[in-house]
Design a protein around this ligand. Structure first.
Ligand code: BGC
Length: 757
């Protein structure tokens, strides 16, 4: 057994390097005293009331008089997802008035909503934001969302979603921050900080809710709400890491997930909700169950009936029951029967009150108003445009067809060039298509007229199976200098409950692209989608390929700016892009295998001779048809210039445990355009107490370089950042040999090695 050093505490801090835990998250005796005083006088009914989160559409809109009475009686802790019509706005304020003026203890309600990537000003979907590799952009997006949502009194959001997602079939990958625990931790914390601010009593602050706790991204086959098996080491090193980073940064609330984790529903999983979250991490915010998830333990076959579900969830660690009312109905009996303790109820209520107090809801219970000045203001729209530009990933650019020039005649084809609703993406409660700026009008504005634009969509929506528009599209293509195809997936094809088994372009888009390519004209393909797409022959047929995700309100102008070179692309893939669905799950940081595939040690299916002995084509970890590489690796992305990496240096060949290594390389812009390179630091722990990933991202830096300019980029790496969970589930850094790369993506780069002693 190797020597190891346990560096658990320091490790957790290093994981969110440069992000300071927010001060309000420290224990506050005065606040705890306030909770004691409130709690001491609350009846059982009022206590249980604090655990009840009611869905607006299901309850309030159906029977307002009954809901008002329930609030007056202290039976409700908050509401979720109020769509802000004027009627609802009035009712919303009236309910809060009843809570703070007429309910027994005058405890304010908390209003929560899925403000996932914007409220009115919609930013790129989270996966797109992750492609920016830019924590400032992500933080600013959350800040703006919070400034907008709080005008309407929404002080709690169900974001960030930090489920590590390694399967693009899963529709919710669109809401995720990708496949990598380092990147998702960093960006997830940035989002939380943007929502919560350093002082959550600020009326523009919202409590964040990291979700979904935990393992939801690992649901089998990408099927939503499904089974997840995650061994404890992987859970701790990968799936839990972004949550831990957020808790350490002062996260206020957590949402449990729908899936079962190792056969126990996450809604009543004492191991994750109690042992890890409370005992180990000392999380003191509240845990909300997901929508209807308490009752869903019945079809899961875990709870016999609603009463049993309440018992399991309440004992399992849920403080706030979303949508259903099993706590209200059954906790009194369960307490009498000794199946749930009033002490545990008090703990749940404490967690609720602590967050309500930290948000300062007593001082600012009502919408802060000023909607007209705040929502969709020019500053916010400009930020959303920058975020969209930074999210785009250039995947191919043959013959330097991009950037386009204004003199070219351009045939704009495809279903998403002017689809205001679709480009907003999943989870937009309040975003409206009337506010969206699409590509086509933005292009006309940019060019000053439409004499060089020929429009022929070819298909009317992404799943359209009609080929009736093909002839016009091909005719347009023939007349143009360049074909710009803007296609992909409509917004509804990703997101919750919207997984796909076939991740190619839906409808007849592939056929349309084939016909357009056959004209011989250069074809620029822009994909808007909530996941990676199996490209098939469209990759070959496209001269250039730009991934634009679902870019949000300002997607159109952003696309014009990037396509015409007003700004250079900077996005990098936050996930591995597979060649085909048959490779999934496919992620760069997989464990080392006993027979790693190389270009030489296997034979592709079409090269295997008939009747050959079974070992002849080589036995390594590959797929005969798709090989051993993805279409594009994690971290990949091109821009309008090229960079070279040289002169990799490390400060020492050997370092002691607890010490810091410095690694540097010189990056040079060798092209003719100024652009940003995302310089990535990867490490491989070659031998471990458990097998270790072939590479792990440890850090990155974005460097902006003018043509011909070079810069030495320096990283520091503390040995605690090399820690992982060993067989005994200790977080350890093991001495031994490590590989290190400074690289433009997860497959290339300059490599060296060092020893930890
Ligand atoms: C989703 C959550 C969401 C909640 C409230 C659920 O169906 O899984 O992510 O926050 O609904 O709308």
């Amino acid at each position: 057994m190797k020597k190891f050093a346990c560096r658990c505490l320091r490790m957790s801090l290093l994981m969110v390097a440069a992000l300071n835990p927010l001060v309000y998250a420290a224990p506050d005796p005065a606040l705890e005293k306030q909770i004691d005083e409130l709690l001491a006088n609350m009846s059982l009914t009022e206590k249980i009331g604090q655990t009840q989160l009611r869905d607006w559409g299901t309850y309030a809109e159906k029977d307002m008089p009954a809901i008002k009475q329930a609030v007056r009686d202290g039976k409700i802790g908050g509401f979720l997802n109020v769509t802000m019509s004027s009627v609802n706005k009035y009712a919303f304020e009236e309910l809060q008035r009843i809570a703070v003026e007429e309910s027994p203890k005058k405890i304010p309600l908390i209003f929560g909503q899925d403000v996932i990537h914007g409220y009115k000003t919609i930013f790129p979907i989270p996966l797109g934001q992750a492609a920016s590799w830019n924590a400032d952009i992500v933080k600013q997006g959350a800040r703006i969302a919070a400034e907008e949502a709080t005008t309407d009194g929404i002080r709690w959001t169900f974001a960030p979603m930090i489920d590590i997602a390694r399967d693009p079939r899963w529709g919710r990958i669109a809401e995720s921050l990708g496949e990598d625990p380092y990147l998702a931790s960093l960006l997830g914390v940035a989002m939380t900080e943007g929502f919560q601010t350093e002082d959550p009593t600020d009326p523009t602050a919202m409590a964040a809710s990291a979700k979904h706790f935990v393992g939801y991204g690992a649901t089998e086959g990408g099927r939503d709400y499904n089974t997840a098996y995650v061994p404890e080491g992987l859970l701790r090193d990968v799936y839990l890491r972004p949550f831990k980073a957020n808790v350490d940064a002062g996260l206020m609330t957590i949402m449990s997930s729908y899936n079962t984790l190792n056969d126990i529903p996450a809604t009543a999983n004492k191991f994750t909700l109690k042992k890890i979250l409370r005992d180990e991490w000392k999380f003191d915010g509240f845990v909300v169950s997901d929508w209807n998830a308490v009752m869903e333990m019945i079809p899961h076959g875990f709870a016999a009936d609603a009463k049993h579900a309440a018992e399991l969830a309440a004992n399992g660690g849920i403080d706030f029951e979303m949508h259903t009312d099993t706590f209200e109905k059954y906790l009194p009996e369960l307490i009498k029967e000794g199946k749930f303790s009033e002490a545990d109820l008090n703990t749940a209520v404490r967690n609720m009150l602590r967050i309500k107090l930290r948000l300062g809801l007593w001082d600012n219970p009502y919408p802060r108003g000023n909607r007209e000045q705040v929502l969709l203001n020019e500053k916010f729209l400009a930020a959303a445009e920058t975020a969209a530009e930074e999210s785009f990933v250039l995947l191919k650019n043959d013959k330097k067809i991009l950037p386009l020039n204004k003199k070219q005649t351009i045939a704009v084809i495809g279903p998403l060039a002017d689809a205001p609703f679709e480009q907003l993406g999943t989870w937009i409660y309040d975003g409206e298509k009337k506010d969206t700026r699409t590509f086509l009008p933005a292009l006309k504005k940019y060019l000053g007229n439409d004499k060089n634009i020929i429009v022929a969509p070819g298909v009317s929506y992404s799943r359209d199976k009609s080929t009736a528009g093909f002839a016009a599209a091909v005719a347009a293509a023939k007349k143009a200098d360049v074909i710009l195809y803007v296609g992909g997936e409509e917004s509804v094809l990703s997101g919750e409950g919207h997984s796909r088994g076939d991740i190619r372009l839906p409808g007849v888009q592939q056929e349309l692209i084939a016909q357009l390519a056959a004209t011989g004209k250069p074809l620029v393909q822009v994909i808007m989608a909530g996941r990676t797409i199996q490209l098939d022959q469209t990759l070959e047929q496209s001269t250039a390929l730009l991934m634009a995700w679902h870019p949000g309100t300002m997607g159109g102008p952003a696309l014009v700016d990037v396509l015409y070179g007003e700004v250079s692309p900077v996005g990098r893939l936050p996930l591995t892009w597979p060649i085909a669905v048959g490779q999934i799950p496919y992620y760069y940081n997989h464990m080392a295998t006993g027979r790693p595939a190389t270009d030489k040690n296997y034979t592709r299916i079409d090269k295997i001779e008939q009747g050959v002995f079974q070992h002849q084509p080589g036995n390594s970890s590959n797929l005969l048809d798709y090989g051993h590489k993805p279409q594009f690796p994690f971290g990949y992305g091109l821009t309008y210039t090229t960079f070279t990496y040289d002169n990799l240096q490390i400060s020492a060949k050997e370092i002691g445990l607890g010490k810091t290594l410095t690694a540097s390389a010189v990056i040079k812009n060798t092209g003719k355009v100024a652009a940003t390179e995302v310089v990535q630091l990867y490490v491989q722990d070659i031998i471990g107490d458990v097998t270790r990933p072939v590479r792990e991202l440890k850090n990155f830096q974005r460097v902006f370089l003018k043509p011909g300019e070079s810069q030495k980029v320096t990283f520091t790496l503390h040995t605690d950042e090399l820690a992982f969970h060993n067989q005994a589930m200790q977080l350890v850094t093991e001495p031994g040999q490590f590989n290190l790369w400074i690289a433009p993506n997860a497959e290339e780069g300059l490599q060296t090695s060092f020893m930890v002693k």
